[in-house]
Design a protein around this ligand. Structure first.
Ligand SMILES: NC(=O)c1ccc[n+]([C@@H]2O[C@H](COP(=O)([O-])OP(=O)(O)OC[C@H]3O[C@@H](n4cnc5c(N)ncnc54)[C@H](O)[C@@H]3O)[C@@H](O)[C@H]2O)c1
Length: 362
């Protein structure tokens, strides 16, 4: 099993990320090392619960934990204050106390919701993330952002709250719908682009094996992706600077998600289209070689991710200025410079974005 250690800010909040294949059965043994109370609150959704709920409950029970089990409905729309309130009710009923950990078993939606409940219940109880989508394994479970959505915007109600452990088993990805796997790959390709040309090359070499869920290739991909996120969030826990590079592809990606009311794209798909457009913009201003843009587009295509923005550029542009990535009135754009290297850029003109969007319409 691969071990990574995250040390955000002060070292007393450092935590481990364990990545393996077929390691779910050892979850209880690993929790034992965390000195938690004997009652745990396992939070999942109906889909993941149906697949792994009973198994994880018995793994935890065999390790000596009394398990309170909470299942929420499946879907982004349930990452809400209403669901959080229902979760608090169940936690109170179950007698969850300060030292009792919340174990979040699921994708990013469950991780964010259960993490938010853990962060706020009794001013914070220990949180363990057991991510079951590729996106959650490489992204949402690491870094300590937890949130629920508000009617006026995604993730508007949330905080930074670090888990005590992130525990990822590649085997659970075997039940993941293929489209979810590919969407997660969008974020993985992003890591290669922002920080690690070696990872990008590894993906070019092994994409088919990854899509075929070869355990070693998957574990290596998740490990390298997490290592990049860990490095970035350890340096900039509260998104004061460097952490913004994780948003590469997200400025235009978010606009596409908003424009289509979150009904057309999975998040990683929108990010893929956003990265392709950002690369064209960068090539246009002479900041990146066209060959690097072509490598990116070709890898995204092989992962069957979208590389075009088939909507009127003016409509996409109008949404950009509402994006959270606008800092004091100026758009903060993550500009790719080459494979593995990006910079934070605040001087991008509206006309440049429009031109790139026009180029990427087909
Ligand atoms: N906190 C962060 O830093 C951060 C970062 C990125 C994304 N996010 C959030 O993550 C969420 C998206 O997460 P996601 O892409 O994992 O989506 P998701 O949690 O909705 O999961 C996708 C689908 O796969 C199902 N599923 C999960 N694991 C499965 C498995 N092993 N087998 C079969 N089905 C499985 C889920 O039930 C769901 O239907 C968004 O809410 C986003 O805001 C948070």
């Amino acid at each position: 099993m691969e071990h990574l250690r995250v040390t955000p800010g002060e070292s007393d909040r450092s935590y481990g990320i364990l990545i393996g294949s077929g390691n779910l059965d050892q979850l209880g043994a690993h929790l034992k090392q965390l000195d938690l109370a004997s009652r745990l609150c396992l939070i999942t959704n109906t889909t993941v619960g149906g697949l792994y709920g009973d198994r994880v409950r018995s793994i935890l029970a065999e390790a000596g934990y009394a398990v309170s089990y909470i299942e929420v409905p499946d879907g982004e729309e349930y990452k809400s204050q209403t669901t959080a309130a229902a979760v608090y009710d169940r936690m109170v009923d179950a007698g969850i106390e300060r030292g009792s950990a919340v174990v979040a078993l699921g994708g990013g939606v469950v991780g964010d919701l259960a993490g938010f409940a853990a962060a706020t219940y009794m001013r914070g109880v220990p949180l363990v993330q057991v991510p079951t989508t590729l996106l959650a394994q490489v992204d949402s479970s690491v870094g300590g952002k937890v949130a629920v959505n508000h009617a006026r915007g995604k993730n508007l109600i949330g905080c930074f709250y670090q888990p005590r452990l992130v525990y990822a088993d590649m085997k659970v990805l075997s039940t993941l719908p293929e489209r979810e796997l590919r969407a997660g790959l969008g974020e993985v390709i992003k890591y290669g682009m922002i920080r690690d040309a070696g990872l990008f090359g590894f993906l070019e070499q092994h994409l088919e094996q990854l899509l075929g869920l070869e355990p070693e290739i998957l574990a290596e991909t998740v490990r390298r992706s997490c290592a990049i996120k860990v490095e970035i969030v350890s340096e900039d826990e509260y998104e004061q600077g460097l952490r913004a590079i994780l948003n590469f592809g997200h400025t235009i990606g978010h606009a596409l998600e908003t424009l289509t009311d979150y009904k057309v794209y999975r998040h990683g798909e929108a990010v893929a289209a956003g990265m392709a457009a950002a690369a064209s913009l960068s090539v246009n201003r002479g900041c990146m070689d066209a060959t690097d843009r072509d490598r990116l587009v070709s890898l995204l295509r092989r992962a069957r991710l979208p590389v075009s923005c088939p909507y009127p550029p003016e409509q996409v542009m109008a949404l950009l200025s509402h994006d959270k990535k606008v800092l004091r009135g100026r758009l903060r754009f993550i500009m790719p410079l080459s494979i593995g290297r990006v910079e934070i850029c605040t001087g991008v003109k509206e006309q440049e974005i429009l031109a790139a969007l026009r180029q990427c319409r087909q």
